[in-house]
Design a protein around this ligand. Structure first.
Ligand SMILES: CC(C)(COP(=O)(O)OP(=O)(O)OC[C@H]1O[C@@H](n2cnc3c(N)ncnc32)[C@H](O)[C@@H]1OP(=O)(O)O)[C@@H](O)C(=O)NCCC(=O)NCCS
Length: 158
């Protein structure tokens, strides 16, 4: 299994849209062992993955990935639905994405989109933007990516 996670980790790291820091094979394995992740395998390979990442007073639904050759066949939707069902109801669930498919799945699953005014109230700032790969800590207060159409859009479960 661990060898499959090494391959998965390498493939996921090639996706610019995924946060790199949490994609090590160890980290993916831990998420699966702690039942915070969902995966689909075919012919001995993991072809779809997604995880719930604990953040400050909240949980991020992220690392959604389907192998290029299997996209557009509902695997992403299946993983997303399983993660939504698995996420504890008493903790704020959120995701950050501008991917049209993920935005569609968030809205389909009754998540609400944050705006610049309620972003930090919807989810603690340190939870939504703490793990950012793109800006340094000092730049974050003037983040140009927040709520931008093709950048970071925050969705949360009410
Ligand atoms: C995003 C990703 C996980 C989606 O996986 P997928 O298996 O191709 O997705 P699905 O086939 O399940 O489609 C997801 C939903 O989007 C819908 N959809 C398809 N094309 C769409 C479009 N252009 N606009 C809006 N929704 C669209 C599908 O109908 C489906 O919704 P449904 O369940 O209501 O029918 C996959 O494209 C991927 O791995 N991308 C690279 C990594 C990435 O960017 N991850 C997201 C980071 S935030």
């Amino acid at each position: 299994m661990y060898n499959k996670l090494i391959v998965l980790s390498e493939r996921m790291r090639h996706e610019g849209a995924l946060l790199g820091g949490q994609l090590s094979a160890e980290s993916l394995q831990q998420a699966l062992q702690e039942e915070r992740a969902e995966s689909i395998s075919q012919d001995g390979e993991i072809i779809a993955f997604g995880a719930l990442w604990p953040r400050e007073r909240s949980i991020e639904l992220g690392s959604m990935w389907v192998a290029t050759e299997h996209r557009g066949r509902g695997f992403g939707s299946t993983i997303f639905g399983r993660l939504i069902a698995r996420a504890p109801k008493n903790t704020r669930l959120f995701l950050i994405s501008h991917n049209a498919l993920i935005v569609h799945l968030a809205l389909k699953n009754s998540m609400q989109e944050a705006n610049k005014e309620n972003w930090a109230n919807a989810v603690p700032w340190s939870a939504s933007c703490g793990p950012c790969d793109r800006l340094t800590e000092t730049e974050k207060s003037n983040c140009p990516f927040m709520c931008a159409e093709k950048e970071c859009r925050l969705f949360f479960r009410v």
